[in-house]
Design a binder for this molecule. Sequence first.
Ligand SMILES: NC(=O)c1ccc[n+]([C@@H]2O[C@H](COP(=O)([O-])OP(=O)(O)OC[C@H]3O[C@@H](n4cnc5c(N)ncnc54)[C@H](OP(=O)(O)O)[C@@H]3O)[C@@H](O)[C@H]2O)c1
Length: 281
Amino acid sequence: MTFAITAVTGQLGSAIAQTLIDRVGPEQVIGLARTPAKAQRLNIEIRPGDYDRRDQLEASLNGVEALVLVSGMAPPDERIGQHRNVIAAAKAAGVKKIVYTSIQGPEKGTPFSPIVQSNRQTEADIRASGLDWAIGRNGIYIEPDVEYIDSYRAKGEVANSAGDGKCGYTTRAELAHAYAALLTRPEMTGSTADLNGTPITQARLTQYLNAAFGTQLTYRAMSPEAYVADRTAELGAFFGPVIGGIYDGIRLGAYDRPGDFEAVTGRPHQSWDDYFATLGN
Ligand SMILES: NC(=O)c1ccc[n+]([C@@H]2O[C@H](COP(=O)([O-])OP(=O)(O)OC[C@H]3O[C@@H](n4cnc5c(N)ncnc54)[C@H](OP(=O)(O)O)[C@@H]3O)[C@@H](O)[C@H]2O)c1
């Protein structure tokens, strides 16, 4: 069986490819990349795969039986069209199964919701495609909070609008494990799975960061308006409200979900005790 992964130059795409290589061997794994030169270190066959180029995608999917479509980064309307290019190319090339990396999140009422809705539209397009399919809905990556530790340290606190809301974070490594299972396990075909670890509050996340990095951060809940203003000052008028919308989603419970990770993979998601024990100090 020949598998392909799109966006294989990215952090999630490369992690999924590496997990599959470890599981089925490099001969059965093909990477698609918008920028193929960046993907050579994987030591697998790399083919061009720009989401804006349907014909190129169709040629690159020749001989592929099952495909992971890693969600793109373009604005919502553009992204829906790009994903439709991949789905149409997969059908035309004779791909039998498509697995999509979707997201959890607030489906309405926040500035992040249009991005969530664009993922829901691609889910609907995939279910209607006539191909076999499986869909994962990713929790929020925890790695950016860890990579932000120097900024948190400088501020002395974690401050955002999530309040007491719980968030089922995940890691790209755990997602890669789950997507390999969604791709290779026939019994996963036709399933939509929440992929996240145990939901935790921002106060608990702050404790984990303190334990891993020897910091004495505190958590401070901000109003949604104040947090959007804070993020907009740092990230600009588009990304500021989007990040604010994600934390609104946490406060509103959109990420407080038990998750289907164990049903998909046959083992529990890595615990946050274990994950943070591998970091820092
Ligand atoms: N759950 C979360 O917390 C979270 C956070 C951020 C993002 N996401 C989603 O997760 C996805 C993957 O995340 P990541 O960590 O792997 O991001 P990443 O490391 O930034 O990688 C993004 C990938 O998308 C590729 N790409 C962008 N536009 C493309 C196009 N037109 N055609 C083909 N490939 C294109 C990039 O290719 P190039 O190398 O050519 O640029 C790169 O391989 C993102 O696309 C986003 O939808 C989720």
